[in-house]
Write a protein that binds this ligand. Structure first.
Ligand SMILES: [Zn+2]
Ligand SMILES: [Zn+2]
Length: 146
């Protein structure tokens, strides 16, 4: 999908503040839309439309569920190299209205052949971590545990 069109479509469902940390939003403003990876935005749009219910990233005081920068506490506290998909602008931790995280993961596994890009899902957490940093992995869905 053409980049500008994609961002326009995504903005029907998400604000920048929901998907990115407050530091980058404050510093870069709407230019920060340009940092997201294309495969992530396309996957997000696909998932949002597939389920057809609100899905929340940074909500109710959460600030580090979307992209993270060097000023974010989770990143600043790391002593080893930190290249989480959250800092590569291709990850988010989501809550879906009306579904548990487990229900969403199981549904996504059932439609893996429809996904526009390979994704990674985090196992056994109460939120739905989804990212598109699955290169060099086999299959449409790679599950991981932290
Ligand atoms: Zn930050
Ligand atoms: Zn995550």
């Amino acid at each position: 999908m053409i980049r500008t069109e994609l961002i326009q479509q995504i903005r029907n469902y998400f604000t920048l503040e929901e998907l990115a940390c407050p530091h980058t939003v404050a510093y870069f403003g709407s230019r920060a839309w340009g940092f997201f990876r294309q495969d992530y935005l396309e996957t997000l749009l696909f998932i949002r439309r597939h389920f057809g219910v609100p899905m929340y990233c940074n909500v109710e005081g959460h600030r580090q569920r979307g992209t993270r920068c060097n000023l974010c506490k989770i990143v600043a506290a790391e002593e080893k190299p930190y290249v989480s998909a959250h800092v590569l602008w291709c990850a988010g931790d989501f809550t879906f209205s009306g579904f548990t995280a487990e229900e969403i993961r199981s549904e996504i596994k059932g439609i893996e052949h429809l996904l526009p890009y390979p994704i990674r899902l985090e196992k056994n957490v109460s939120w739905v971590h989804l990212d598109t940093s699955a290169y060099c992995q086999t299959g449409e869905i790679t599950e991981f545990e932290v």
